[in-house]
Design a protein around this ligand. Structure first.
Ligand SMILES: CC(C)(COP(=O)(O)OP(=O)(O)OC[C@H]1O[C@@H](n2cnc3c(N)ncnc32)[C@H](O)[C@@H]1OP(=O)(O)O)[C@@H](O)C(=O)NCCC(=O)NCCS
Length: 247
């Protein structure tokens, strides 16, 4: 397993070259985490309200830490202060930045699982991201695959021994989610409407849904991730950054 070499965040504003996607990891459980109060926060009022609606503190913390991290990351690309970042939302809830020049739009997508979030940032093209924790005891993978995988995906999964199916299952799952998040439809598009290959393919002929590419990687030994981006994009570089934990 080769792992990305996550670098500390650059001190200065980040320029994103055309053929590049930046990937960020955020620690969602920093030691000094504190819930925000309305007069001392970089979050917007609607984010505070959403944070207030979570039933469990764990999910509230994940959301707040994720949004803080996302704002800090996007501030690096836009030159805004983190508190001044403004989001708008697509029909199915995909967040994007307001007031962006069309051809140089900073696009992003966030995914979280347990204590880690992955953010993908690209310029002038949609991007989707998904991260899953592989350490948890998994449900009955074969039954779950019947529910969410197409026949070709189930067949590919069946080529692995039953005890070895967790990673290929999560690989396929993250690839499907990354695609659904890239196009912005999320689970509004049925998971069985398109197929992916479970293994990474060098030449990306891996998705029957048209015009998108997928790239899978291990974020760390416990997390498998995938990103999706348009087929027309010729991506030559991925850059890897880790956001320091902040309360
Ligand atoms: C998008 C979706 C697949 C995310 O699934 P998940 O595995 O639970 O969550 P992840 O951690 O991978 O991603 C969550 C993040 O994706 C982003 N997101 C939300 N909706 C999105 C969408 N439609 N497309 C892409 N990204 C989306 C947000 O940044 C969200 O983070 P937040 O909760 O902190 O705001 C799922 O929430 C979904 O299907 N949403 C669409 C529901 C819908 O159709 N709503 C219509 C009315 S708004």
């Amino acid at each position: 397993m080769s792992l990305p070499d996550w670098k500390p965040q650059p001190d200065n504003r980040i320029e994103l070259p055309d053929a590049c996607i930046d990937l960020w990891l955020i620690d969602l459980n920093p030691a000094d985490f504190q819930f925000p109060s309305s007069n001392n926060t970089i979050l917007a009022q609607n984010e505070l309200e959403r944070a207030g609606r979570f039933r469990f503190d764990k999910h509230r913390r994940q959301y707040v830490a994720g949004r803080r991290g996302l704002r800090q990351i996007l501030a690096k690309y836009t030159g805004c202060q983190p508190a001044d970042i403004q989001f708008e939302y697509g029909e199915h809830g995909k967040p994007s930045l307001v007031n962006q020049p069309v051809e140089a739009r900073v696009e992003f997508n966030l995914s979280n699982t347990n204590d880690t979030a992955l953010v993908a940032v690209a310029k002038g093209m949609e991007v989707g991201a998904d991260i899953e924790y592989v350490g948890r005891k998994m449900w009955d993978i074969d039954s779950l695959a019947q529910t969410v995988f197409t026949d070709s995906e189930i067949e590919e999964l069946g080529q692995y021994r039953p005890d070895d199916r967790l990673v290929p299952f999560l690989s396929g799952w993250t690839r499907k989610e990354a695609y659904l998040k890239g196009i912005g439809k999320g689970l509004a598009l049925p998971l069985k409407d398109f197929s992916v290959r479970l293994k990474n393919e060098e030449d990306f002929p891996s998705i029957s849904a048209p015009e998108w590419q997928l790239f899978s990687f291990w974020s760390d030994p416990d997390h498998i991730s995938a990103i999706a981006y348009p087929e027309r994009a010729v991506i030559s570089t991925f850059r890897w950054f880790r956001l320091p934990a902040t309360g």
